[in-house]
Design a protein around this ligand. Sequence first.
Ligand code: ATP
Length: 365
Amino acid sequence: MKHYHIAVLPGDGIGPEVTAEAVKVLDAAQKKYGFTLNYESLDAGAERFQRTGVTMPDSQYEICKQADAILMGAIGLPEARHPDGREVNGDVIFRLRFGLDLYAGVRPVTLYEGVTSPLRDVSKGIDYVIVRENVEGLYASRTGGCNVRGEVATDTIIMTRTGVSKITRFAFELAKKRSGRPTDGKSIVTCVDKANVLSSYAFFRSVYDEIAEQYPGVAKDYAYVDAMTLYQVLSPHHYDVVVAENMFADIISDLSSATIGGLGMAPSGDIGDEHALFQPSHGSAPTIAGRNLANPIATILSGSMMLEWLSDRHQDDRLKEAAQGIDQAVRAVLRQQHIRTADIGGTSSTSQVGDAVAAALQSEV
Ligand code: ATP
């Protein structure tokens, strides 16, 4: 039986609580589908920074690099900062994203039956994926911007042909694997940019157009980022796969999560050609930490995404079955209105939700 080495970074705030529930569900999946995950838990994060002055030592970075996949809770605390004001979470998440070339940020946006959306009419469904360019764009300047005499500050947006080609190709390949948008099953990749104002985004769009030529079965679609925020609220059923530059995708991802029940429902994967990291879209939410209140669903679904990615990489069908099993178990739990955390209108604890998903997985036929 193949064993998979998983580097686990529970992190800060609610990170350890939601990670424990994801591991609980992954353990149930191992028993049911017959595979082995060897976890290696790492003490990285803001709390470690406060204790030792180092957020993630090099030795831990190497462990992440050697692992088959990385599972993360949440890193960062608002008060843990470098002298220049930057929060220390970038020491981990940016280091891993840039160091391991995790160029594709994959954020599924799915409204599950039984979860209330703040949108008035969701009868046509919400089921799309945002693909975020993760290693270029404006955030590539995160430590390279310039500040002159405290009077002038600049950051430079980075767009390379290689980077934009890779991310748009990733989006089209993903669209080929999916069954299209919820209304009519049409496969469509929407390019979100500001090509009408900035030459960098016009370049992004031109490369997208070149790549799209190679995918005649997938429809092209465009939206300017400002209009996109409107469409995400008024017609989210229109979308299948959405691709965007790093900062724009960061912003529209938070909006998308609000439409499906909040950050506690939004999983994500940071995926490269050789490595991948899976974590909920939310941060460490320190105000609710340590109280068994956090919604673990986003982290549980991130664990499911991890199995799916490992399955493709290692041609191991059991892992794909397990990923689908976890998704079905989450759906089954959410359909029963009585098990859910407070953020989505319930009174259950973090661990009760994890227990319910693990039990639903075990009882599935
Ligand atoms: P970061 O900048 O680190 O991504 P953030 O500023 O976006 O963090 P979060 O830590 O994600 O903030 O939390 C924002 C708010 O969302 C929290 O105060 C909390 O109320 C809510 N929230 C986030 N995640 C969860 C969760 N898993 N369960 C319940 N509520 C959550």
